[in-house]
Ligand binder design. Structure first.
Ligand SMILES: Cc1cc2nc3c(=O)[nH]c(=O)nc-3n(C[C@H](O)[C@H](O)[C@H](O)COP(=O)(O)OP(=O)(O)OC[C@H]3O[C@@H](n4cnc5c(N)ncnc54)[C@H](O)[C@@H]3O)c2cc1C
Length: 493
């Protein structure tokens, strides 16, 4: 087994493999020189989860802090401790960037080419099965739209993905461009030291305040064993998340009213909610933004931060001139304008010499690609915590690996079904999704090709459904000829 990526998903995959498929050996290839992926890469002030840790945490390792919305360094420690406690860290080969992977039906093997990110040389590694845990976005660049006049600006411009320790914002005027999760995280954090922070948004997002600490978690931990308390809070949060998503999709007007009530409660009296907090889309057409204990609203209430809804005409020497004519003066401009999505860590796949075109493949249960043998990917939820789906994916992968081993199969492939209509892999209207989703595999219009983004349904589908479902095709290749001979002899006897 070769796992690619040592972030939250890759470490989780390592745990599931070694506990549920102990007969298999595995290694993890990681391009960077450390564990943690997202939670090591992002270093901007205030970096935190935007879903609760009782569901972003692994099913097998309780999240022990009272904080439900946790800061990035705590999440990083949690992932690293999981790796260390379980010896997963010893399986990782750092500084190996996977460039390509070719499946040979004759050899029943993947040959993976990885480039050493320290020396530059490439190495080849073979494996019977590939598990891609590469996340979903580019690490080497963030997304910044073309803004006119950036070269004129005398201050500093930084993308949050490349925040560094030397950026001094104390006592400075800061403009944060964007209205997504990163922006609403950055603004209150920067406002603690800056002279003033302006969040400049072209269009608003839905923003909901949640308690940073989960009151049920605190109480449950006092009276229940840790694992039971964790499971209880996890399920409470799963159900709340599902309720919020279903309500948004089925009764968007009711959801809008609920969000608005929260805003009216949290914002200063008389605030023009229609101007700054009234998105053009329905709730959950894009991810809802969470703010712990209303920190963003508090910063606005104290006058340390403000929101401007307008378009950028041009950067100037002193700041940003707005389409409406005003100018925002700034010493530092943070372009919280998003990520560039990337499928499967940019790995070039081929099967028996034929390159795999990802957009022409369909994701079986959101985890295997049609026509690509012995490969799975960890692709989490976008409407709930990523890890919920990754844990279930790992369990399913282990279940079918055990099925393969029990029957001495060496190959498993999801056969494409031309009667299934194609749909985009992610059903969100957000800019970062729309810019790149055409380069990703598709999902299908019906089971088992459709992703329901519903944890309860996925538990039934992934934990209970039979492995031999008529779509997954298992076979024994040449390398298992001896086993086939044994089976034939057994049948004859
Ligand atoms: C700022 C931010 C906040 C977020 N907050 C939340 C949240 O609150 N809740 C939530 O559910 N999700 C959140 N997400 C999404 C988040 O990415 C996932 O929750 C999760 O961390 C993804 O883990 P991962 O291991 O799948 O991917 P990553 O964390 O991206 O890790 C992938 C790893 O694979 C390695 N890799 C990639 N390609 C290759 C290659 N070709 N060869 C070798 N190694 C490779 C990378 O170096 C990296 O270490 C957030 C994302 C961001 C950017």
């Amino acid at each position: 087994m070769l796992v690619v990526g040592a972030g939250l998903s890759g470490v989780g995959a390592g745990y599931h493999l070694q506990t549920e498929c102990p007969q298999r050996s595995y290694a993890i290839l990681e391009a960077r020189d450390c564990i943690g992926g997202t939670w090591d890469l992002f270093r901007y002030p205030g970096i935190r989860s935007d879903s609760d840790m009782f569901t972003l945490g692994y099913s097998f390792r309780p999240w022990q802090s009272d904080k439900s919305i946790a800061d990035g360094p705590s999440i990083l420690s949690y992932v690293r401790e999981t790796a260390r406690e379980n010896g997963i860290d010893r399986k990782i080969r750092f500084r190996h960037r996977v460039l390509s992977a070719e499946w040979s039906t004759e050899d029943q093997r993947w040959t993976v080419e990885a480039q050493r990110t320290d020396g530059g040389e490439t190495t080849r590694i073979t494996a019977g099965f590939l598990f891609m845990c590469t996340g979903y976005y580019r690490y080497d660049e963030g997304y910044t739209p073309e803004f006119r006049g950036t070269e004129r600006f005398k201050g500093r411009i930084v993308h949050p993905q490349f925040w560094s320790e030397d950026i001094d914002y104390a006592g400075k005027r800061v403009v944060v461009i964007g209205s997504g999760a990163t922006s609403v995280t950055l603004v209150p954090a920067l406002a603690e030291k800056a002279e003033h922070v302006t969040m400049l948004q072209r269009s608003p997002s839905y923003i909901v305040s949640l308690p940073a600490e989960d009151p049920l978690a605190k109480r449950a931990r006092r009276v229940l064993p840790e694992r039971i308390a964790y499971a209880l809070v996890r399920w409470k949060n799963v159900l709340l998340m599902m309720l919020s998503f279903q309500l948004s999709r089925r009764r968007p007007e009711l959801m809008k009213r609920l969000v608005r009530k929260g805003l009216e409660h949290n914002l200063p009296p008389g605030y023009d909610i229609d101007k700054d907090f009234n998105p053009r889309y329905n709730p959950w057409d894009q991810r809802l933004c969470l703010v712990p204990d209303g920190d963003l609203f508090e910063a606005i209430g104290h006058g340390r931060a403000s929101i401007v809804t307008d378009e950028i005409d041009t950067f100037t020497e002193r700041g940003i001139r707005l389409a409406s004519g005003g100018e925002l003066e700034a010493d530092l401009i943070v372009t919280a304008t998003g990520l560039n999505m990337l499928a499967l860590g940019a790995t070039q796949f081929a099967v028996d010499g034929r390159p795999v075109e990802l957009p022409k493949t369909m994701a079986y249960r959101g985890m295997m690609l049609s026509g690509v043998p012995n490969m799975a990917m960890a692709f989490g939820y976008t409407n709930a915590s990523w890890t919920l789906k990754c844990d279930l994916t790992c369990e399913f992968v282990c279940r079918f690996l055990n099925h393969m081993d029990a029957h001495a199969y060496t190959q498993c492939v999801a056969r494409p079904d031309p009667t299934v209509a194609e749909r985009p892999l992610m059903d969100l209207s957000s800019g970062y999704v729309q810019r790149s989703i055409a380069n990703f595999p598709r999902q299908g219009s019906r089971r088992p090709w459709r992703m329901y983004n519903n944890y309860a349904l996925d538990i039934l589908n992934l934990r209970r459904s039979p492995i031999e479902d008529g779509v997954l095709e298992f076979s024994r290749g040449r390398t298992s000829a001896a086993v086939q001979g044994r089976d034939a002899l057994a049948a004859a006897a």
